[in-house]
Design a protein around this ligand. Structure first.
Ligand code: FAD
Length: 632
C-alpha cells in the first residue's frame, strides 16, 4: 500500500473560510487539539471574496433595527421555509459575533459618531451590513487568521511549539470521512503539491467546505467549490436538506467571456445603482411581487427619495431579494430588451461622484477597469444572473450544528436550513460566524466527553488509496474519459436543465443525463503522476459534483411549486402546502434517495412577530386558524 502520513487530533475542521476558522478558534479555546484543513492556500476561500458585508442588527445607522426585525427579514427572504430556530439564533447572536471580531482586531468602516457603519442591502429593512469598503470578507479572514496566530503564539509560550494545539494543513483535500459504527473516526485526503495521502484520526469533524457552484457553467464560485462537504456528509450517512434551492445572484459580469459569472456586489445597488434595460427603462418597478407590494416604492421618485429619507419613503425595487431581481433580469433578456452582451445595465455613475464610487466600491472599479475596460465612474456595467450560493445543505441540529452522524458537525454555506429558499445578502458572513462558533464549541464538548475514541478502519483506508491511485494513468488510455470534458458536460447540463428557470421535462432529462455521466465517470482517468496534477484532483472532485447535482435535480423535480431560489415555469407561484415540507436527500441502498419531512413549526412568540395579513400570503387556511387560536 502507498505510504500515508498519519496525524491525530481531537477536532478536525475541514475548510478554512470564515466558518472553519471561527469553529477552529472555538475548539482550540475549549482546549481541544484542533487541525484546520484547506483545499486551497490558507486565506483563499470564498469568505475572502465577500464584498458587501456581514448582516447584524446592531442598530448603529437606524436605531429601529433589532434582532426581531432581522429575524423577520430573514424569514421573509427565505419565503418562510427557513429553520426558525437557526434564523432566531442568527439574528440574536450576529451583533455579538461582529463586536467580537473587533476584539480580534477587525477595522470596520465607521459612522460619523465612531460606531461600526452599516449599509443597505436587498431584503434588509434597515441599513444592517457591517462592512469594510467592498472588501469585508478580506478583513474578516485577516482578522480570524490573526486570532489564530495569536493563539498559536500562546501555545508556543506554554508548550514550546506553535502547532501543539492548532495546526494548519493547507492545499490538502479531504476525499472521504471515516466512520466507525455510525460515529466519526477521522478523514482521509491528499496533499495537492506532492499527491501524498494523509490520514487524520479524530472523533469530531466540522465540515466548513462552502458551496457547490462549480457544477454550473456560469458561476461566481472558484475552482474548489465542487460540493465536497455535501458529498462527504452524504457518503458518511448524513442527510442534505432542500438542495433544490440554489441562488442565482442577479449581477454577475456577462462580458468578456473569460470572466463571465464574476460577481458584481449587491452594494452597487445598495449604494444607489439602478438597473435599466436596452430601452433605458428602470424595469424593476414592473416586477414587484404581491408578497412585497407594501414594502417597496412603486415610483422612481419615491425610490430615489428613500436614499435620503428612509423613514418616510419605501425602498426602490432594485433592492428586492436576489431571487426576484435575478428572475426579472432573466425575463428582460428573454424578451429581447437585454444589453449587447446578454445582460442588463447597472449604473452607479449617475448617482455618485467618481471619488465616492472609488472610495465605496474600490474592488468593483478595479475589476471592471481591468477585466472589461469599463470605467464604472462614467458608464454603466453590463450584468446578468450567475450561480452564487446554495441554500440547501447538510441537515444539522440548529443549536449544536451536529448532523445525523455522531461527531459530524457542519457550519457555514455547507450546512442547510438557515436561509430557507433564498438567502439575503450579508446573511452568509454573519451565519458563518454565529454557527462556526457553535459548531466548534459543540464539537469540542463532544470530543472532550468521549471515553473511547472511534477508530478508522485500515481496510477502508487501503481501499481509498487504491481508488485514488486507480484514477491515474502515466499515459493517455484508449476509451478513458477526460475529467475536464466530463466537468464541462456536467456544467452545461446543470446550466441548461437545472438553472434559474426549471421545467419537469427538463429536470427528468437532466437526471437521465446525470446517470449517463455517472456511468462515463467510471472510466475517468487523469494522465500523469501524483505530484501537483490538477486533472487528477478534478477526477476525484467529479464524483462529489455528480452526487450533489443529482440531489439538486431530484429535489427540483419533486418540489412542484416556485419559491425563492427554485422557479418552476410549469408550477409558478408558491403553494402553502409545500411550505411545510423539507426535502431530505440521503444515500440509500440503490443510490441517492429523496424523502419529504415536515418543516419544524415556528413557535407562537416568533410567528406573532408577523402581521396576520402577511402570514396569509404564505400559510394554509388550517395554519392560519391555529395561529388565530394561539394568539387569541
Ligand atoms: P468558504 O469561505 O467558501 O470556505 C470553504 C473552505 O473549504 C475553503 O478553505 C476551501 O478550500 C475548503 N474546502 C472545500 N472543499 C474541501 C475539501 N474537500 N477538503 C479540504 N478543504 C476543502 N456573503 C455575504 O454574507 N456577504 C457578502 O458580501 C458576500 N459576497 C460574496 C462574494 C463572492 C464573490 C462570493 C463567491 C460569495 C460571497 N458571499 C457573501 C457568500 C459568502 O462569501 C460565502 O457563502 C461564505 O464565505 C462561505 O463561507 P464558508 O466559511 O462556509 O466557506
Amino acid at each position: 500500500m502507498t505510504e500515508i502520513q498519519r496525524h491525530s487530533f481531537d477536532v478536525l475542521v475541514i475548510g478554512a473560510g470564515g466558518a472553519g476558522l471561527r469553529a477552529a478558534i472555538e475548539a482550540r479555546t475549549a482546549g481541544q487539539k484542533t487541525a484546520i484543513i484547506s483545499k486551497s492556500l490558507f486565506g483563499k476561500a470564498h469568505t475572502v471574496m465577500a464584498e458587501g458585508g456581514a448582516a447584524a442588527a446592531m442598530g448603529n445607522v437606524n436605531s429601529h433595527d433589532n434582532w426581531q426585525v432581522h429575524f423577520r427579514d430573514t424569514i421573509r427572504g427565505g419565503k418562510f421555509l427557513n429553520h426558525y430556530r437557526m434564523a432566531e439564533l442568527h439574528a440574536k447572536e450576529a451583533p455579538d459575533r461582529i463586536w467580537e471580531l473587533e476584539t480580534y482586531g477587525a477595522l470596520f468602516d465607521r459612522t460619523k459618531d465612531g460606531k461600526i457603519s452599516q449599509r443597505n442591502f436587498g431584503g434588509h429593512e434597515y441599513p444592517r451590513l457591517a462592512h469594510v469598503g467592498d472588501r469585508t470578507g478580506l478583513e474578516m479572514i485577516r482578522t480570524l487568521q490573526q486570532k489564530i496566530v495569536s493563539l498559536q503564539q500562546d501555545d508556543k509560550r506554554e508548550s514550546g511549539s506553535f502547532e501543539s494545539k492548532l495546526k494548519i494543513f493547507h492545499e490538502t483535500t479531504i476525499l472521504e470521512l471515516l466512520v466507525d459504527q455510525g460515529r466519526i473516526a477521522g478523514a482521509f485526503g491528499y496533499v495537492r503539491e506532492s499527491g501524498e495521502f494523509v490520514l487524520f484520526e479524530a472523533p469530531a469533524v466540522v465540515l466548513a467546505t462552502g458551496g457547490i457552484g462549480k457544477s454550473f457553467k456560469v458561476t461566481s464560485n472558484s475552482w474548489e467549490y465542487t460540493g465536497d462537504g455535501h458529498a462527504l456528509a452524504l457518503r458518511a450517512g448524513a442527510s442534505l436538506v432542500n438542495m433544490e434551492f440554489v441562488q442565482f445572484h442577479p449581477t454577475g459580469m456577462v462580458w468578456p467571456p473569460s470572466v463571465k459569472g464574476i460577481l458584481v456586489t449587491e452594494s452597487v445597488r445598495g449604494d444607489g445603482g439602478v438597473l435599466t434595460n436596452s430601452e433605458g427603462k428602470r424595469f424593476m418597478f414592473d416586477y414587484i411581487p404581491d408578497v412585497f407590494k407594501n414594502q417597496y416604492a412603486t415610483t422612481e421618485a419615491e425610490g430615489d427619495r428613500w436614499y435620503t429619507d428612509p423613514d418616510n419613503n419605501k425602498r426602490p425595487p432594485e433592492l428586492l431579494p436576489r431571487d426576484e431581481v435575478a428572475r426579472a433580469i432573466n425575463s428582460e433578456v428573454k424578451a429581447g430588451r437585454g444589453s449587447p452582451h446578454g445582460g442588463v445595465f447597472l449604473d452607479v455613475s449617475s448617482r455618485m461622484k467618481a471619488e465616492e464610487i472609488i472610495k465605496r466600491l474600490p474592488s468593483m472599479h478595479h475589476q471592471f477597469k481591468e477585466l472589461a475596460d469599463v470605467d464604472i465612474t462614467a458608464e454603466p456595467m453590463e450584468v446578468g444572473p450567475t450561480c452564487h450560493y446554495v441554500m440547501g445543505g447538510i441537515e444539522v441540529d440548529p443549536d449544536t450544528q451536529e448532523s445525523r452522524v455522531t461527531g459530524l458537525f457542519a457550519a457555514g454555506e455547507v450546512s442547510g436550513g438557515m436561509h430557507g429558499s433564498n438567502r439575503l445578502g450579508g446573511n452568509s458572513l454573519s451565519d458563518l460566524l454565529v454557527f462556526g462558533k457553535r459548531a466548534g464549541e459543540h464539537a469540542a464538548t463532544y470530543a472532550a466527553g468521549l471515553e473511547k475514541r472511534p477508530q478508522p478502519d485500515e481496510a477502508e483506508v487501503a481501499k481509498l488509496s487504491e481508488y485514488a491511485t486507480g484514477l491515474l494513468s502515466p499515459q493517455a488510455v484508449e476509451g478513458a474519459e477526460n475529467p475536464y470534458t466530463l466537468q464541462s458536460d456536467l456544467q452545461q447540463i446543470m446550466n441548461d436543465l437545472v438553472g434559474i428557470i426549471r421545467r419537469a421535462g427538463e429536470l427528468e432529462e437532466a437526471l437521465e443525463k446525470l446517470a449517463q455521466l455517472r456511468k462515463r465517470a467510471e472510466a475517468v482517468r487523469a494522465v500523469g503522476g501524483r505530484a501537483y496534477n490538477p486533472g487528477w484532483h478534478l477526477a476525484m472532485d467529479l464524483r462529489n459534483m455528480l452526487i450533489v447535482s443529482e440531489c439538486i435535480a431530484m429535489a427540483a423535480l419533486e418540489r412542484s411549486e416556485s419559491r425563492g431560489g427554485h422557479t418552476r415555469e410549469d408550477n409558478p407561484g408558491m403553494d402553502p402546502h409545500w411550505r411545510k415540507v423539507n426535502l431530505i436527500c440521503s444515500i440509500g441502498e440503490s443510490g441517492v434517495a429523496l424523502k419529504r419531512q415536515p418543516l419544524p413549526q415556528m413557535p407562537v412568540e416568533l410567528i406573532s412577530l408577523f402581521d396576520r395579513a402577511e402570514l396569509a400570503k404564505y400559510l394554509t387556511e388550517g395554519e392560519l386558524e391555529e395561529f388565530d387560536a394561539a394568539v387569541a
